[in-house]
Design a protein around this ligand. Structure first.
Ligand code: ZN
Length: 136
């Protein structure tokens, strides 16, 4: 048992491992599996297998610089999507207490208390005033 453990340890030594892109690829794999189940198209199964294989090959790679670069590109592409998903979650969570509006000058997102009617607000980021209309 110790011999097998040592062999596995020596095989994994120096490998890149798991990063955010790995989890992103696993998420894509799950989405592709769900599409395969819903639409019953074999192409999603093949794509899912390719994505899973790519994730495993990345994790077992010894070229750390290349994998790190791929992960940085992924994080740049993923950041706006993640921000939008968090905003959707927060809007749903705070739907009774707050409304979210963009500043007209700097596009900052403001969380405003629910007060029916038109109001003048000051953006905490750019300090400019603008009016908002809140409907309950
Ligand atoms: Zn602003």
């Amino acid at each position: 048992m110790n011999s097998l453990r040592n062999k596995l340890r020596s095989f994994l030594w120096g490998r890149y491992g798991i990063d955010q892109l790995y989890y992103g690829l696993l998420g894509l794999y799950v989405v592709l599996l769900l599409l395969k189940m819903l639409l019953d198209l074999q192409v999603f199964s093949v794509l899912g297998s390719v994505v899973l294989l790519l994730a495993l090959l990345r994790a077992l790679s010894k070229n750390h610089a290349a994998r790190r670069k791929e992960n940085e590109v992924f994080l740049k592409l993923w950041a706006p999507i993640k921000t939008e998903m968090i905003l959707i979650r927060d809007r749903f969570r705070d739907r009774k207490d707050a409304r979210y509006r963009h500043c007209r000058h700097c596009r900052a997102i403001l969380r405003l208390p629910v007060k029916k009617g038109s109001h003048t607000v000051v953006c905490p980021k750019c300090h400019k005033r603008f009016s908002v209309h809140i409907v309950i």
